[in-house]
Design a protein around this ligand. Structure first.
Ligand code: P1T
Length: 424
């Protein structure tokens, strides 16, 4: 399935009412190399497909040696020819060639002008949220990763930012929750862990009409399946620990945007806050992202088959998967996503049944995280979403019988057999 043709830039993107606030902004000068591989902005690459960009943007053969793989630059500091005269890099926190290669590549994958890499998904989120001022208001999709909720509720509230959860699948509810102080609408789609789908285009229009910017955490969808900047969003965040890395061996985060002013503020904060990734982690992410499309296609196919099998299992009360006809927003998912993704959530009778099922699995590892080649299973209520108070969790539908699967690239027949035997 190709990305649908009606995915288009939001008309209000060009005339956003208010940029996010920040203090004095003086970003470090943009890094430049003497010999640059193709950059996403250059005309020569604009027709390249997703996988060609994943393999070649930011990563031409090394001009010094011809090495076809991006070198890992471990230097923490870079010699200057005179004070302030340098080749684009000064100090490892403010810029690094391997990180720059990753940022160029990831920007190209989201079709963004800019990407900033961070040491974790939450590092990326924190840095972005630090652009807000005390008194600012954020409306967020009520079903979000537990760590995102914790950042909002336990950290940022202390700095005077206020938050309102909303079912963003309900456009009228988004409209009602906007206030004159609302600066940001924060979305996940598909959501973690209930795989709810938000019509990003429609809710972006609502947010923009109130002067709020739209941020989409695109971790579950990946840039291969969904490009929120083409659906009206202003900024995208990723936990690149997940599908972008894809091999459960690196923690990372990223923010992408095409808004120049926002990029400058983010670049300043990336350096000022310092939640930057190591050069080795950047290299691992560059290596991982080369197979993103291949992995996600296989994971989506496996997930579809697995969700269908679970639907027919008597021990399963409900299956949550955007590709199933039973999903309330399947139509929106089909319009804004290329395939339906590798995450499947289902509900069994109660917590003891869920625990027993998880402990019996042989191929699925019982573990937090997602998006890697190997399949994982977890219990959101006690694991990834345990930091959300019970009442809040139950209100958004994350019950004790819920199991979340991150479907890997194994043979799907083996995955289905593993689950069926654990459920029997
Ligand atoms: O773990 P970190 O790289 O900091 O990313 C945080 C994060 C942000 N956004 C979403 C949608 C996420 O799922 C996560 C991390 N999630 C898990 C570890 C998990 O198992 O759901």
């Amino acid at each position: 399935m190709a990305l649908s043709k009606d995915v288009r830039p939001h008309p209000l993107r060009a005339r956003r009412a208010r940029p996010p606030a920040s203090g004095e902004v003086k970003p470090p000068s943009p890094a430049s190399r003497e010999v640059k591989p193709p950059s996403p902005a250059s005309g020569e690459v604009k027709n390249w497909g997703f996988s060609t960009r994943a393999l070649h943007i930011g990563q031409g053969p090394d001009p010094a040696t011809g090495a076809v793989v991006q070198p890992i630059h471990m230097a923490t500091t870079f010699a200057q020819q005179g004070v302030g005269k340098h080749k684009g890099f000064e100090y490892g926190r403010s810029g690094n060639p391997t990180r720059q290669a990753l940022e160029e590549c990831l920007a190209a994958l989201e079709d963004a002008k800019h990407c900033l890499a961070f040491s974790s998904g939450l590092g990326a989120e924190t840095t972005l949220m630090l652009l807000l001022d005390p008194g600012d208001h954020v409306v967020y999709m009520e079903d979000v990763y537990g760590g995102t909720f914790r950042l909002f509720d336990k950290v940022l509230k202390r700095y005077g930012v206020t938050f309102t959860p909303v079912d963003a699948a309900d456009i009228d509810a988004v409209e009602r929750s906007m206030t004159p102080r609302t600066r940001m609408l924060w979305l996940e789609s598909p959501t973690n862990p209930l795989l709810r789908i938000v019509d990003i285009d429609a809710v972006s229009e609502v947010a923009h009409s109130h002067g709020a910017m739209v941020c989409v955490d695109n971790t579950f969808a990946t840039p291969y399946l969904q490009q929120p900047l083409h659906l009206g969003a202003d900024v995208v965040v990723h936990s690149s620990t997940k599908y972008i890395g894809g091999h459960s061996d690196v923690v990372g985060g990223a923010v992408m945007t095409s808004d120049e002013e926002l990029e400058q503020k983010l670049r300043f904060h990336q350096n000022a806050v310092g939640a930057v990734p190591s050069p080795f982690d950047c290299w691992l992410l560059l290596r991982g992202v080369k197979t993103l499309a291949l992995r996600v296609e296989r994971q989506s196919q496996n997930a579809m088959e697995l969700a269908t099998a679970l639907q027919g299992n008597r021990a399963v009360k409900r299956v949550f998967y955007p590709g199933l006809d039973s999903h309330p927003n399947r139509g929106v998912a089909a319009r804004q996503m290329r395939m339906f993704g590798g995450m499947v959530t289902f509900e069994v009778e109660d917590e003891p049944t869920a625990f027993r099922t998880l402990e019996r699995l042989q191929i699925f590892a019982l573990a937090e995280s997602l998006g890697a080649v190997e399949s994982l299973a977890e219990h959101p209520a006690r694991m990834t979403h345990a930091s959300i108070p019970v009442a809040e969790r139950e209100r958004s539908g994350v019950g004790d019988g819920l199991i979340r699967l991150s479907v890997g690239v194994e043979d799907v027949a083996d995955l289905i057999a593993d689950l069926e035997s654990a459920l029997s």
